[in-house]
Ligand binder design. Structure first.
Ligand code: DGJ
Length: 743
């Protein structure tokens, strides 16, 4: 890995074994993008921009007469209202109302390692030599405002991270109306766009389509990243598949409002951009003040989408997630939500815990309903003290009783919310998030607590700490159950345009405090399932509740889409009761277990209601999972068949780093009459290793499994004569491979 600077050509080349990223200073002024892709040799990164006079393009000053134009220049960080008519990367509004920005190169610095971004989540390095950072300083030509672009290249990843800082060195007050984190120009538009849109209960669907003239925008104006779009966008060449071809991805390390743009201009050139959404954003910068954006992870793959996913998983695993649980095997949990909803007593919880312990479950999570006077979702958010009538012996006693059964104890919170019917609201109605002079909408009958106000967030933090200091808590589920609306603050010192970002800074401050004060706790983030499943939250909480939809078939899509960017160790996946509460579907316990066992396994049902037969099956699932969970959670993940490409089947595979162990998951969704099987080809194995299949005496070499494949026909059940019945819906099979040790 190295960052090269060629003084003669004023060109930069960030290179490691996998990628090159090149740009240069055109005409001594303009930062010109030259290349992003597979690693290339040398330092020939001087601008090879083809000067050309194009009608209706405009020319800055007199550089090269009519042949040099920002209208056609591939740029690194385009300013605004300056002759580049494509989307800008920043908009500044000056005191006099003007808004034209011409950014020109001033200087650069190469920094060892990777500086942290204060108050924001970011990828990090922990050893010397893992990354190098290039800081480019641009100056606004007339106003003397400084804009710093940070590029970090990691040694072991095809990844560059980018962020932007602005320093107001002028003698003016300015308003930042838009400040993106990254912008890249490609000199063609032969791309498909891959995105992960969704909704509650069907998060992160994979959509792929060609790009065309104009701007395709994904964004959030909802206060958080939300279920609707993942802050992720990838351009692929049209021939790219899961396992071959070029991919250029951007993923935002932030949990608030974002924008991702892909623009194809009149010359069929493509601009890809990402950053904080400008929609609700306006940040005042007085003289001497600065603002730093969150970072964008830019990932390149020349081996298709699956390799991009593997690199993101690994980067996040090693350089984003932190703390004691970073590499720890995740416990098998039981969560009482779908088992009881709000309707529980201490006795009920203890009886569930009793059964759970017998099955081998390791952690009991008490979900919503334990605090204030919470019997439904109309009340008590903000009152983080025990609901005495429901739990008369208190939380500490309950936790101790649960722990005495050999289980760990976890608790649910939704700290960023406030119910109208709560002591907190009665005492502090001014802490409700709402634009001045507006009346706030309710979502799930609750308001958002204004975390941009320090007193409000400190109040909740202190309430939580009181509980954490008293009760032996091993795990916390941090929920967030509505979108923001009427974004603004009742605190007159906070400008409404700053609230959505200040809210995030407030949230990150509270999270940093909690995870450092209680390092042993395992944190799981949640937002009505996976509504805030983003790299920002992953920096604080190593697990996420993937979706409220626990139906095994729906989960095939949800977990496949999630695997596009998020590591398996972060993905909560639970077995729930049938008929399923979200889609009313009935699937076998085997299928539900086999799907949940491809993530962090949990159970979310009333275990006391299960038959002995079901309990025996669950016990087996848990013991199989415990034996293999290190591989599941930390192995290399492959998508073999995607439910977005094929209706009837899905298949995933997880292979150990040493390639001596693997699990292959195969799911048959709907059956068809009168079909014949085809062989399934495995991925990621060592071609020369001999593998044993499922503890049997059947052995195959890796190359046989990967190239020739084997037949897999999961059984539905056996008929009255004990004969296997291969037909039926919702069948699944987990195939275990282990290296045969020969002497
Ligand atoms: C939404 C979460 O996703 C559920 O798992 C559950 O915790 C409920 N909130 C509780 O209100």
């Amino acid at each position: 890995m190295k960052i090269f600077y060629n003084e003669k050509t004023q060109s930069f080349h960030l290179r490691n074994d996998f990628i090159s990223y090149q740009f240069s200073v055109a005409e001594g002024k303009y930062l010109t993008h030259n290349y992003w892709g597979k690693a290339v040799s040398d330092n020939h990164s001087a601008a090879d921009y083809r000067y050309a006079d194009r009608s209706f393009s405009v020319n800055p000053n007199s550089i090269k007469g009519r042949k040099f134009s920002l209208t056609t220049l591939p740029q690194e960080f385009p300013g605004d209202n300056n002759g580049d008519f494509r989307e800008s990367a920043l908009n500044l509004r000056y005191e006099d109302g003007s808004f034209s920005t011409h950014l020109v190169y001033d200087s650069h610095e190469i920094i060892k390692g990777k500086p942290a971004i204060n108050g924001l989540p970011n990828t990090y390095v922990s050893k010397d030599g893992e990354a190098e950072t290039l800081k480019i300083s641009l100056i606004e030509q007339t106003k003397k405002i400084e804009v710093n672009l940070f590029y970090t290249i990691f040694k072991d990843y095809p990844v560059i991270t980018r962020s932007t800082e602005i320093i107001n060195n002028s003698n003016l007050t300015i308003d930042i109306e838009k400040l993106l984190s990254a912008s890249v120009d490609f000199d063609h538009a032969h791309f498909d766009l891959v995105q992960l849109p969704g909704a509650w209960g069907r998060e992160r669907e994979i959509e792929r389509h060609g790009i065309s003239r104009g701007i395709h925008k994904l964004d959030s104006k909802r206060g958080t990243t939300s279920h609707t779009y993942q802050p992720f966008m990838a351009l692929t060449e049209p021939y790219t598949t899961e396992h071959s071809g070029d991919v250029y991805g951007m993923h935002f390390v932030y949990s608030g409002e974002f924008v991702a743009n892909v623009e194809v201009d009149e010359y069929r050139k493509t601009r890809l951009q990402m950053g904080i959404s400008p929609e609700h954003f306006s940040w005042r910068l007085d003289q001497g003040e600065s603002f730093h954006t969150p970072e964008v992870v830019m990932v390149y793959s020349d081996q298709g989408l699956n390799k991009m996913s593997q690199d993101l998983h690994s980067l996040y695993q090693h350089h984003l997630i932190r703390g004691e649980h970073q590499y720890r095997e995740r416990p098998v949990l039981i969560n009482n939500w779908e088992g009881t909803y709000f309707d529980f007593t201490e006795k009920k919880i203890l009886s569930m815990a009793d059964e759970a312990a017998k099955l081998g479950i390791e952690l009991f999570v008490l979900d919503d309903g334990w605090f204030g006077k919470r019997d439904n979702d109309f009340s008590s958010l903000g009152d983080w003290f025990v609901y005495q009538e429901k739990l008369p012996n208190g939380l500490k006693a309950l936790a101790e009783k649960i722990k005495s059964k050999g289980l760990k104890f976890g608790l649910w919170f939704e700290p960023e919310m406030i119910s109208e019917d709560s002591d907190l609201y009665r005492e502090h109605p001014e802490w409700v998030l709402k634009a001045k002079a507006s009346s706030p909408s309710r979502g799930r009958d609750q308001f958002v607590l204004d975390f941009s106000q320090k007193d409000a967030r400190r109040h909740v933090l202190n309430q939580m700490k009181k509980i954490l200091d008293e009760v032996p808590i091993d795990y916390i589920k941090w929920d967030y159950n509505r979108n923001m609306s009427e974004i603004g603050s009742q605190d007159s010192s906070i400008r409404d345009g700053e609230v959505s970002h200040r809210f995030m800074l407030g949230l990150y401050e509270v999270l940093e405090d909690l995870i450092t004060s209680y390092p042993a706790i395992l944190w799981e983030s949640c937002s009505g399932g996976g509504g805030r499943y983003d790299p920002g939250m992953l920096h604080y909480m190593p697990q996420t509740w993937t979706s409220d939809n626990t139906d095994a078939v729906s989960r095939l899509e949800i977990q496949t889409g999630t695997s596009m960017t998020m590591p398996i160790s972060s993905m909560g996946s639970h077995v729930s009761a049938v008929p399923n509460h979200q889609v009313n579907r009935i699937t076998s316990l085997k299928m539900r277990g086999d799907v949940a066992m491809a993530g962090n396994l949990g159970y979310e049902l009333d275990v006391t209601q299960m038959t002995d037969e079901e309990k025996a099956e669950v016990k087996d699932q848990i013991s199989f999972y415990k034996e293999h969970r290190k591989l599941v959670q930390y192995g290399t993940f492959y998508r073999i068949y995607s439910p977005f490409d094929e209706k009837d089947r899905t298949s995933w595979m997880i292979v150990s780093k040493e390639r001596d162990e693997a699990l292959m998951y195969y799911y048959k969704i709907l059956d068809r009459a009168n079909t014949l099987s085809e062989r399934v080809k495995f991925k990621g194995l060592d071609p020369e290793t001999l593998y044993q299949v499922n503890d049997s005496d059947v052995h195959y070499y890796g190359d046989e499994l990967m190239n020739k494949g084997i037949y897999i026909d999961p059984l539905a059940s056996v008929d009255g004569h004990g004969e296997p019945m291969p037909l039926g819906d919702f069948r699944s099979e987990i195939i275990k491979l282990s290296k045969v040790i020969t002497n």
